[in-house]
Design a protein around this ligand. Structure first.
Ligand code: RB5
Length: 146
């Protein structure tokens, strides 16, 4: 399992915590930046991460900004990507089980580190349920064709 991670300046303080969480579980993590706390534009990092996930079949992504909203909106503009803004373990579980999200987004200004840990744990341990949910995901992906 491989994860790509990226943030903006409003999400970078959580990046190392998340990277350590994943690497301690034996998961490969590629850090797509930024690498300092200078102000940056979240769409640049969302696009970079979403394209990396799309090009690397079976990989996942984590995007962190202030709220997670901008990152999720931008990442979902990349064809083939389903990025989910999650606020707790329940939404992270559903993002995988029902929506087959490949990218997890959350906000550093919204979630505490304990919640971040439970969100990531839920995202990692939940498999897509398939069936009617997969059909709906297929419908989402068809929207991109028009
Ligand atoms: C940056 O101030 C902030 O707008 C960004 O991190 C994010 O919350 C956007 O959705």
């Amino acid at each position: 399992m491989k994860f790509y991670i990226a943030t903006d300046h409003a999400g970078i303080a959580y990046k190392d915590f998340v990277k350590d969480l994943l690497t301690n579980k034996g998961i490969e993590v590629e850090d797509l930046g930024p690498y300092n706390t200078d102000r940056v534009d979240y769409p640049d990092y969302a696009e970079k991460c979403a394209k990396a996930v799309r090009e690397d079949a079976g990989s996942f992504g984590i995007l962190i900004c202030g709220t997670g909203i901008g990152m999720s909106i931008a990442a979902n503009k990349v064809k083939g990507i389903r990025a989910a803004l999650c606020h707790d373990a329940y939404t992270a579980t559903m993002a995988r089980a029902h929506n087959e999200a490949q990218i997890l987004c959350f906000g550093q200004r919204v979630l505490g580190l304990g919640t971040v840990e439970s969100v990531i744990e839920a995202f990692l341990t939940t498999q897509p349920e398939g069936g009617r949910h997969s059909k709906r995901v297929e419908k989402i992906m068809k929207i991109e064709e028009n």
